[in-house]
Design a protein around this ligand. Structure first.
Ligand code: NAP
Length: 435
């Protein structure tokens, strides 16, 4: 038995990252990435000195630009990833982002028996299962509480507080940029002007496709599905729909229907069917999702035994996200073991059975409504209401049809001949209505 092992009982050895850390020694932390979140993590560690944590290394490219005078003098600042990975740090906190070269660094850290804490949703959505296996095999831990909904403890909530339930549906607002844009449009702004404001404030990237196209949210949804629905899905099987098709007229009709519009990420298991989707949807004004404004995030987990649990708060930003990272570090330092939630590989479809809002923009002529109602009837879809606001020109007339709950596939088939009508000025917009 080595001297170090002599400090540890077998259960402590299981819990301690790197397996060889003496219980009385603080957890040595190597921070990879000193950007928005990384510098906030360092700030919290410097200001509130959480017990059992010690920042020992900061790695970043061009590190001279990054160096600050408020971290302990003992911290090693480096732009040599290999040297930091070979150091005596117990935990690598990965806050660089992306898949390459970060994936290789994380693998190397885990192979060396270190633990890894990350906020990187892409890495976890695409490689989380494999990395968790590697961590377990080498005696380390992989924690990613900040990877979904930033500062909101959704992941620890699912791993600990809700592990005793059987979650049947998980839905929510997982992208702060889209929520900022849509809640501003709700108040009357146009898409392009709000996007420009979001970019100016640093909420949206110069290329906003990952956010507005739903790719960011689907990676997060895939992570939540693993912990909530216990399925391992390929994020690319979740078909996202962009928010760019939403216009002010949709908010006006939504208001008349007692609703508003949000980008919602949604996954459910019904009978043997597993379905997931990300896109703009109508949400009831009384739903918690309608209350969430600006860059807030919200997640609702619906359990068979416990019913609905709502998580909400700041889904992004340096400090809120850093809180989740530091909380993961404290959990490691205090040896708390996560509940192992078993999950199985699964295929995911997009079939939901919900009411829909369908908005048409047409050059008006007789027979349009008859053609639409006929197409819906052929698929056994019942119409709930037809709404047409006054004041629009006949050569660009928006109107809305809402339908009773129907299968997504049946609606798609019904709309096929409708979208080919020569009076249609744009693709009909169909949105799920959450009630
Ligand atoms: N920001 C948020 O609100 C938020 C919320 C939740 C999760 N996250 C996740 O947290 C992670 C970090 O996000 P962030 O907003 O802090 O990003 P960031 O501000 O861009 O910081 C990334 C840092 O990593 C450095 N870096 C990038 N590529 C590098 C490389 N190849 N080698 C060495 N250093 C490199 C950057 O240096 P340079 O200064 O030279 O570019 C920068 O300091 C991402 O995975 C992100 O998805 C962020």
């Amino acid at each position: 038995m080595s001297l170090v092992e002599g400090f540890l009982s077998s259960s402590e050895r299981l819990a301690a990252p790197g397996a060889a850390r003496p219980v009385n020694r603080p957890l040595r932390i190597a921070l990879f990435g000193f950007g928005t979140v990384g510098s906030s993590v360092a700030r919290i560690l410097a200001e509130s000195s959480p017990e059992g944590l010690e920042l020992t290394h900061v790695f970043n490219r061009g590190v001279a630009r990054k160096r600050v005078d408020w971290t302990p003098a003992s911290v090693v600042w480096s732009e040599d990833a290999d040297a930091v990975l070979a150091s005596d740090a117990d935990v690598v906190v990965e806050l660089v982002g992306g898949l390459d070269p970060v994936g290789a660094w994380v693998r190397r850290a885990l192979e060396n028996g270190k633990s890894v804490v990350t906020a990187n949703k892409k890495l976890i959505a695409f490689h989380g299962v494999e990395l968790e296996r590697l961590a377990a095999a080498r005696g380390g831990h992989l924690k990613y509480g900040a990877a979904v909904a930033g500062g909101i403890p959704v992941i620890p909530g699912l791993e600990q507080g809700l592990a005793g339930d059987r979650i049947e549906r998980i839905e929510g607002i997982l992208n702060g940029t889209c929520n900022f844009i849509l809640s501003k449009m709700e108040a009357g702004a146009e898409y392009a002007e709000v996007l420009a404001e979001a970019q100016k404030r640093g909420y949206a990237e110069a290329d906003p496709t990952e956010d507005v196209g739903g790719l960011d949210a689907r990676a997060k949804l895939a992570i939540l599905m693993r912990l909530a629905l216990r399925v391992q899905v390929d994020p690319e099987e979740i078909v996202p729909r962009p928010i760019t098709t939403i216009t002010p007229v949709d908010f006006s009709y939504a208001r008349d229907l007692g609703s508003t519009i949000r980008q919602v990420s949604r996954a459910e298991r019904a009978e043997e069917r597993l379905a997931a989707t990300v896109g703009p949807m109508l949400v009831d004004q009384r739903s918690p999702m309608a209350w969430s404004r600006g860059t807030e995030n919200m997640v609702i987990a619906s359990g068979r035994y416990g019913g609905d649990v709502v998580f909400s708060g700041h889904g992004a930003g340096g400090h809120p996200t850093a809180v989740a990272v530091v909380s993961d570090l404290l959990a490691l330092a205090h040896g708390s073991r996560r509940v192992e939630i078993p999950s199985q590989p699964a295929r995911v479809g997009g079939e939901f059975e919900l009411p829909h809002y369908i908005r048409f923009l047409v050059r008006d002529r007789p027979g349009i409504v008859a053609a639409i109602t006929g197409a819906l009837a052929r698929e056994q879809i019942n119409i709930r209401a037809i709404l047409q606001k006054p004041g629009y020109p006949a050569d660009a007339l928006p109107f809305v049809v809402t339908v009773e709950p129907c299968k997504s596939s049946a609606l798609r088939r019904a709309l096929e001949p409708v979208r080919a009508l020569d009076c249609m000025l744009v693709e009909p917009l169909d949105l799920q209505m959450l009630e």
